[in-house]
Structure formats: structure tokens, C-alpha cells
Design a protein around this ligand. Structure first.
Ligand SMILES: [Zn+2]
Length: 228
């Protein structure tokens, strides 16, 4: 089918416009009928690490998780901590996974960036553009074991971080505060991080901070938080 130059130009303007209207206006209005709420997109203490997440409809959670995050942020912002979210869930249909996260399929899961220091000062910057793949340590014992067992995908997210900024270091104190606050607001919630980080952040007493297993990917670049 031949499409004239004039029509191609028109489609080139209309399609992005319709997409943006769906993304920013229509879907956020419809999602609550499916039990999902859109997380803030612009200026907020709870915001996406990268605009790609909201643009790809990957920033929806259920009402309970939404309220829990909002409560957490009220307390955390007094401490100068902002939540930068990564992948959450799609706006519709329970059971439809947010590839590649097979478990992010019911509105109850969200990935959150760690807190970081730049020249020993607190910063909003993260060591990678997308928030994934900039591991705290390049080599860690669990990653090694998973690789030896044949789980080749365990470290695959490193390819999402070709831009890793080594001048930005993990802010242990504020990452720990962020994790504790998330767990405090939602009883029966769970967090996945790498076992060595659980130890280094002095969080060993928390049974609900767990190892996710070798079938997942490394969690020393972000926090996986889920509620019941
Ligand atoms: Zn996750």
C-alpha cells in the first residue's frame, strides 16, 4: 500500500500525540477500574528514575502499595530521602507479567533505586541511566555461585548500564533507612536484595529481607519491594 509523503507527515505528528494522550490522560483514568493507580510522573519525592518507565506504562501499582509508598515518602522526605522508582507493573490485567520481571504481574511489586553518595555527599544521581545494572560490587559471592550453577542470566542487567558512573557510591546509611521505612509501612511485605548487602547494611535481623534465588537477576543495583 502506497502512503503519500503528506500522509506520512500527518501520521508522524498524530501518532505521538495520540500516544501521549493515552499515556498521560486516558490510561491513568481507566487503570483504577482494574485496581491500579499510576505513580507520579513529574516533580514529586516519589518519581521515576527514568521517564521511559512511565512512557512505557510500567509505573502502575495497586491502591494498597500506592498508599504505602505515599506514607513512606512523607516520612522519608523529612530526612531528605526521595524514592526513585524503576519498573513497577502494567496498568491492566492481573497475571500479565512486566517482561523481564515475571513476578511484577499483580500491582504489588515495585523496584526502587538505592540511595547514593557523590564525593561523600548525598545525591539524587544514580550510577546508571536506567537504575539497573550498576552493581555495588562487580563480583559478589552469590552471583559467582549462580553463574557456576548455570544461571547465565543472573548478571545480564549489567548490559543496561554501559554508562556506569564509578564516582557515585552506595549510600549505606540512607539506603538502610529507606528499606526500613518501606518494611515498617507495610506489614507482611518483602524485600529482595543480595545477601552480602543485607549483611553490609546491618539488616540481618529482618526475616522479610530475602534472597530471590538464582532464577532471577542480581539485586545489588536496586531494591525489589513487594506487599501481600
Ligand atoms: Zn522486582
Amino acid at each position: 500500500m502506497y502512503i503519500s509523503q503528506r500522509w506520512r507527515k500527518k501520521i508522524g505528528i498524530v501518532f505521538p500525540l495520540v500516544y501521549l494522550i493515552c499515556n498521560l490522560v486516558l490510561v491513568p483514568q481507566i487503570a483504577p477500574y482494574f485496581g491500579r493507580t499510576q505513580l507520579p510522573v513529574f516533580k514529586s519525592s516519589l518519581k521515576p528514575q527514568n521517564i521511559i518507565y512511565p512512557l512505557c506504562f510500567r509505573n502502575y501499582v495497586d491502591k494498597k502499595l500506592y498508599n504505602s509508598l505515599q506514607q513512606s515518602i512523607i516520612h522519608l522526605s523529612h530526612l531528605g530521602i526521595e524514592i526513585a522508582y524503576l519498573d513497577a507493573n502494567f496498568p491492566f490485567i492481573d497475571g500479565f507479567p512486566l517482561f523481564p520481571h515475571l513476578s511484577h504481574n499483580d500491582g504489588k511489586k515495585i523496584d526502587i533505586a538505592f540511595m547514593y553518595l557523590e564525593n561523600n555527599n548525598k545525591t539524587d544521581q544514580k550510577p546508571s541511566f536506567m537504575g539497573y545494572g550498576a552493581y555495588v560490587k562487580d563480583i559478589n559471592p552469590t552471583a559467582q555461585q549462580c553463574k557456576e550453577k548455570g544461571y547465565w542470566q543472573y548478571g545480564i542487567t549489567k548490559y543496561l548500564s554501559p554508562d556506569k558512573d564509578n564516582t557515585i557510591q552506595l549510600d549505606k546509611e540512607n539506603t538502610k533507612t529507606l528499606i526500613q521505612e518501606l518494611l515498617y509501612r507495610s506489614k507482611n511485605s518483602k524485600i529482595f536484595i543480595e545477601p552480602y548487602l543485607k549483611k553490609e547494611l546491618a539488616l540481618s535481623k529482618y526475616d522479610n529481607i530475602r534472597f530471590h534465588g538464582c532464577q532471577a537477576v542480581r539485586h545489588d543495583d536496586h531494591i525489589h519491594f513487594e506487599i501481600k
